[in-house]
Design a binder for this molecule. Structure first.
Ligand code: ZN
Length: 399
C-alpha cells in the first residue's frame, strides 16, 4: 500500500477506515477496462468522500491504467464521470473544456416511482425487493417500449448499469445522439415521460357515427395507450390503475367485444362517457410513461424554460457506491437485465465474519440470505452485509 493511502487510512474513523480498505481491495482486483468508460481521456470525473457525495470535479485520466491506479491509491467513496466528451476535460471553468458532444443518459430511481412502500412502510435508504424490481421493470420499459421501437436505437448502442443504490442508469452511445443539443435531449425526455401530453387528442373525431381511436399498432403514444389499455384489461388490473371499479367490472364483462373493437380502432365498444374516457386515458398515459430524474410528472405543463443538462456527471459503471458498498454493476447486455438481481449480482465483498453493533435496519436480503430487522444489536455479519450497514451509517464495528 502506498504511504499516502496508509496515512489517509490512519486518520479516518474506524468505520470509514474499514470501508475504505474494502473498497481499495475491490479496486485492486478490478481490471482497468472494467472501470474505464469508453473514450476515457475525453471525460471529466467527479469524486465524493465519506461525508460528501460530490466533493470535487474537473478531474481527468489519460487512460484506464491511470484511473485504476488512482482508485487504488486514493479510493474515493463515490466516483462519477461526464456523459459529455471534452477536448480538455480538466479545463475550468466549464466553457474552457471544449464540449464535443455527449451520450444520452437516463437516471431511473425507485424514488421517482410512486411506490406504496418506499419511505412509507420502510425507510428510503433501505429499498426493498419490490422497490428494486419496480425500478428494473421501469428500466426495461424505457428500453423495450421507447428507446428501441420509437427512437430506433439498437440494443448494442444501449448499456445499462445498476446505480449502486436504488436504481439504474441507461447510457445510449452513437454518433447521432452525441451531437444532440440540450433542447433536443429535453424533448426526448419530455416524450418519454409523457410531459405535456394531452389525452383528449388521442381520439379521433366521430366518423360515420363511431368514435375512432388508436389501435395497438398505431405508432407512438397513440398505440401505447391502446396497448396499455388492452394489457391492463386482460390482466384484470384496470381498477388497480385508477379506473372506477364499476367501470372496470363492466369492461371486464364485455372483454372480448372491447378487445375486438379497440383492435379495429373502434372505441365505441369501450362504452364510456367522454369524461370517463378522458380520465382513463390520463391513467393510461401515467402507467405507460417513464419517470425520469429531473422530469415532471404526466399531466404537468412542459417547463419550456428548462434545458437538459449536457455536462452532468453520472456514477462510473462498476465503481462502488459509498452509501451501500455495492457496485454500480454493469449489466452484461440489455437482454440480461430481466434476470439481473442487484442484491446478489452487485455484491462484491466476502462473507468473512465481522462483528458489529447495529443501529436500526428493516429486513433486507443479500446473497439470498435474509437479515434483520435490527435495533441496536451486537452480532456477527458477513462482510458484505456489515459494510452495507456501515455505509448506511446503521452499524459500527464492535469487538
Ligand atoms: Zn419497497
Amino acid at each position: 500500500m502506498a504511504d499516502e493511502a496508509q496515512a489517509q487510512l490512519s486518520i479516518a474513523n474506524p468505520e470509514e477506515g474499514f470501508a475504505r480498505r474494502l473498497f481499495q481491495s475491490y479496486y485492486e482486483r478490478c481490471q482497468p477496462e472494467q472501470v474505464a468508460p469508453p473514450d476515457i481521456s475525453q471525460r471529466e470525473f467527479g469524486l465524493g468522500t465519506w461525508d460528501k457525495k460530490i466533493e470535487s470535479r474537473h478531474m481527468a485520466f489519460r487512460d484506464s491504467q491511470a484511473l485504476k491506479s488512482y482508485l487504488v491509491r486514493n479510493t474515493p467513496f463515490y466516483i462519477s464521470y461526464s456523459a459529455a466528451y471534452y477536448e480538455f476535460p480538466d479545463g475550468r471553468p466549464m466553457p474552457r473544456k471544449g464540449w464535443m458532444g455527449a451520450d444520452l443518459v437516463f437516471d431511473l430511481d425507485a424514488d421517482h416511482l410512486e411506490l406504496e412502500c418506499l419511505g412509507k412502510t420502510h425507510p428510503k435508504k433501505f429499498p426493498c425487493e419490490k422497490c428494486l424490481s419496480a425500478v428494473k421493470e421501469e428500466t426495461l420499459k424505457l428500453i423495450e417500449e421507447f428507446l428501441v421501437p420509437d427512437f430506433g436505437f439498437s440494443k448494442d448502442e444501449i448499456s445499462v448499469n445498476f446505480s449502486g443504490n436504488r436504481g439504474y442508469h441507461v447510457h445510449v452511445r452513437n454518433g447521432t445522439v452525441r451531437e444532440l443539443s440540450g433542447w433536443a435531449r429535453r424533448e426526448i425526455a419530455d416524450y418519454i415521460s409523457g410531459a405535456g401530453l394531452n389525452g383528449k387528442s388521442l381520439f379521433y373525431s366521430r366518423f360515420k357515427g363511431k368514435l375512432e381511436g388508436p389501435t395497438p399498432e398505431t405508432p407512438g403514444w397513440h398505440g401505447k395507450i391502446a396497448k396499455r389499455f388492452l394489457q391492463l384489461l386482460q390482466a384484470g388490473k384496470l381498477a388497480e390503475f385508477g379506473v372506477e371499479p364499476v367501470i372496470a367490472k363492466r369492461l371486464q364483462k364485455s372483454m372480448a367485444k372491447v378487445i375486438e373493437g379497440v383492435g379495429r380502432g373502434n372505441w365505441d365498444t369501450v362504452r364510456m362517457t367522454g369524461p370517463e374516457k378522458d380520465h382513463l386515458v390520463e391513467k393510461l398515459i401515467g402507467s405507460a410513461a417513464i419517470q425520469i430524474e429531473g422530469m415532471g410528472k404526466v399531466g404537468d405543463e412542459v417547463d419550456v424554460g428548462v434545458t437538459f443538462d449536457v455536462s452532468k456527471l453520472i456514477r462510473l459503471p462498476n465503481s462502488l457506491h459509498g452509501e451501500t458498498g455495492l457496485a454500480a454493476k454493469k449489466v452484461a447486455s440489455v437482454d440480461a437485465l430481466a434476470s439481473f438481481e442487484p442484491m446478489n449480482d452487485a455484491v462484491v465483498f466476502s462473507d468473512a465474519p465481522v462483528r458489529v453493533k447495529t443501529g436500526e435496519a428493516p429486513v433486507f436480503i443479500m446473497k439470498n440470505q435474509t437479515f434483520g430487522p435490527y435495533k441496536n444489536q451486537e452480532l456477527e455479519l458477513p462482510e458484505f452485509a456489515a459494510v452495507y450497514l456501515i455505509c448506511k451509517r446503521e452499524a459500527n464495528l464492535w469487538k
